[in-house]
Design a protein. Structure first.
Length: 251
């Protein structure tokens, strides 16, 4: 398990916080349709402890009841290898969770449903946390559809008047691989699933039916897209994703 350095932590605290607006979550109506649980693995190609967690996330990516995503942090990039999938925004997202939930920051860290953090390679803890999260998941029916560069997003109500959250659009690669030439994993060819390439806030949901239409930007390059509706405390209200449009990209 690899931890964020003190210097990196200070720089991350200055980054933009990606989770906004408090809400008072309550359980959704019993009749609300189930949705995939959101799993976020904070990882790095420079981290020797991360490949087992990456492999476990690939395994979980085959399940329809989960949306596992990889966020490659950038605080390993000055330690012998620059991760081509890393971004400061992903480090900021991890730090936002740490601030909101009093988490320690480390890699590989798996955040389940924006609330619980476990070591991403610990199978027992990962599966136990997923099982527990299923019983507590909030759910607003949602959809995401892509037509060329245009994306249509829809979120319904969730059976409570107090819900308030932000709407995020993410792009991610179904599969990726990288031949590592430096750092702790030098000489290895690493395989990945669901590598996030971009994330941006596109709107706010106030527990009223909401429809949005977005045009994809050049940096939103993944072959799949995801919709995540989440409040400041990390509570996830809605998750939806598009099917894979291609077999993936090797780098």
């Amino acid at each position: 398990m690899q931890r964020l350095t003190r210097q990196a932590s200070r720089s991350v605290l200055a980054a933009a916080i990606l989770l906004l607006l408090p809400g008072s979550p309550a359980l959704a109506d019993a009749g609300a349709p189930p949705r995939p649980l959101l799993l976020e693995l904070f990882t790095s190609q420079g981290c020797s402890s991360c490949p087992p967690a990456d492999a476990l996330l690939r395994e979980l990516s085959t399940r329809d009841d989960l949306l596992p995503l990889e966020f490659h942090v950038d605080y390993w990039d000055n330690l012998g290898w620059v991760d081509p999938f890393s971004a400061a925004a992903f480090t900021a997202r991890q730090q936002a969770y740490a601030s909101a939930r009093d988490f320690e920051v480390y890699t590989p860290q798996l955040v389940v449903e924006g609330k619980s953090a476990v070591i991403g390679s610990n199978r027992g803890d990962v599966f136990a946390t997923i099982a527990s999260a299923r019983h507590e998941a909030r759910s607003a029916a949602s959809s995401i559809r892509r037509n060329g560069k245009e994306v249509s997003l829809g979120i319904d109500t969730a059976g409570t008047a107090s819900a308030s959250a932000d709407v995020y659009l993410l792009s991610f690669d179904s599969t990726d691989s990288t031949s590592i030439r430096g750092g702790e994993n030098a000489g290895r060819n690493l395989l990945y699933a669901n590598v996030v390439r971009s994330i941006r806030k596109v709107g706010e949901w106030r527990n009223q039916p909401l429809k949005l239409t977005e045009q994809l930007r050049p940096d939103e390059s993944g072959d799949r897209l995801a919709l995540v509706v989440q409040d400041r405390g990390g509570t996830v209200w809605a998750v939806a994703s598009t099917p894979a449009a291609a077999a993936g990209i090797d780098r």
